[in-house]
Design a protein around this ligand. Structure first.
Ligand SMILES: *Cc1c(COP(=O)(O)O)cnc(C)c1O
Length: 359
């Protein structure tokens, strides 16, 4: 019997991609597949995103894994290359690179390449992580046009820092700074992540870069995917492996951090931080057993979690399925209980969990 399972619903994935098109009908889609497609399985997910126009990843190894998996779409490296020696690999595999700083530009200018590489010039408009300053833009743009190692179509990109918060004026400022810089340049413009796609239509541009929303999860503060007609792709489940009685006052789990005020029953379930479930999920974080919610009791351990099932009037048994998150229990809600974000929970699934792809 398999215990921890991540069911991956490929119809939900296709639905979510179609939703991206609804939100941004005039933009091409660069599907973001970094970190093992946000924990959903890199190659499998890519194989079912045929309707996307390109893929984007963070690391060259992720892009190489896509090519090894037989995927032929253009692939954009969101952080660019890390050493001049990487450039022939980019060329041989048709990878497109971000150029976000002087070192990368110099490496590209000085390389001996047989053909030009397709480049995206990344401008910092307020995220202050990667990207050239607005004042450097014209100089970088002209140098990219001048080097034979860059294709003449210089695509232009920026990234939002606060797009998940519709009340924050920062995104509008980023859009107007970007627009004012690139106004006279005809090349492709690309600004929006999932939150930008959902909440900031002025930032849709020629290309959009959805990550989280493809997986059916909301990037917006205090929202779930269902509010944007997105469908969760992952359903993380496991099984009950024991039922036990606990007397009033008995401590449960490592550190004895919780005790029940009254006599109760616990279902011990085969899931823990060794599977990627967050250790910081607080006491009472919900799970679903048989269509009903119950709260976890005490600390999450590596392989197990105890769930308070009260008097067990629902007759929960060893072997019953337990849903940790999925369509019936939003991962956004579990993230709040663990004081983190859904991105982290999805990426953290470990190899101990079996994947099942549902078509
Ligand atoms: C991860 C990433 C995205 C996708 O962000 P989501 O919030 O998951 O949609 C887009 N652009 C860049 C540069 C990224 O690093």
């Amino acid at each position: 019997m398999r215990l921890a399972i991540a069911e991956i619903n490929l119809q939900a994935l296709a639905h979510n991609l179609a939703q991206v098109r609804q939100f941004a009908p005039d933009s091409k889609i660069m599907a973001v597949l970094k970190a093992n497609a946000y924990g959903h399985g890199l190659v499998k997910i890519a194989q079912h995103l045929n309707a996307a126009d390109a893929f984007a990843v963070a690391r060259i190894d992720e892009a190489l894994a896509l090519r090894a998996g037989g995927l032929t779409k253009p692939i954009v490296l969101l952080e660019g290359f890390f050493h001049q020696d990487d450039l022939p690999i980019l060329l041989a595999n048709n990878f497109q690179t971000i150029i976000h700083d002087e070192n990368q530009l110099v490496a590209l200018e000085q390389a001996q390449l047989d053909a030009p590489i397709s480049c995206w010039l990344k401008i910092n408009t307020g995220m202050h992580r990667l990207g050239i300053a607005a004042t450097q833009f014209e100089d970088f743009y002209q140098r990219l046009l001048a080097t034979p190692n860059a294709k003449n179509e210089i695509n232009l990109m920026t990234h939002f820092s606060c797009a998940d918060d519709v009340s924050d004026t920062k995104t509008a400022e980023q859009i107007s700074l970007f627009d004012s810089l690139v106004a006279t340049k005809q090349q492709a413009h690309c600004l929006a992540n999932s939150a930008g796609i959902i909440a900031w239509p002025a930032g849709h541009g020629d290309w959009v870069r959805p990550g989280l929303m493809l997986y059916g999860v909301s990037p917006m503060l205090n929202c779930t995917g269902a509010q944007h007609d997105l469908k969760p792709v992952m359903r993380l489940t496991t099984k009950v492996i024991a039922i036990r009685d606990v007397a009033a006052g008995q401590c449960v789990g490592y550190g004895g951090r919780w005790h029940s005020a009254k006599a109760t029953k616990l279902a011990v379930v085969a899931m823990g931080y060794g599977d990627g479930y967050p250790r910081h999920a607080k006491h009472g974080t919900p799970v679903v057993i048989g269509n009903k919610r119950y709260g976890i009791a005490g600390n999450v351990s590596m392989d197990m979690i105890s769930v308070d099932i009260g008097d067990n009037s629902d007759n929960i048994k060893v072997g019953d399925e337990v849903v940790m998150w999925g369509p019936e229990l939003p991962v956004e809600e579990i993230a709040l209980c663990a004081t983190t974000i859904p991105y982290e929970l999805l990426c953290n699934i470990t190899p101990r969990v079996s994947y099942e792809y549902l078509t």
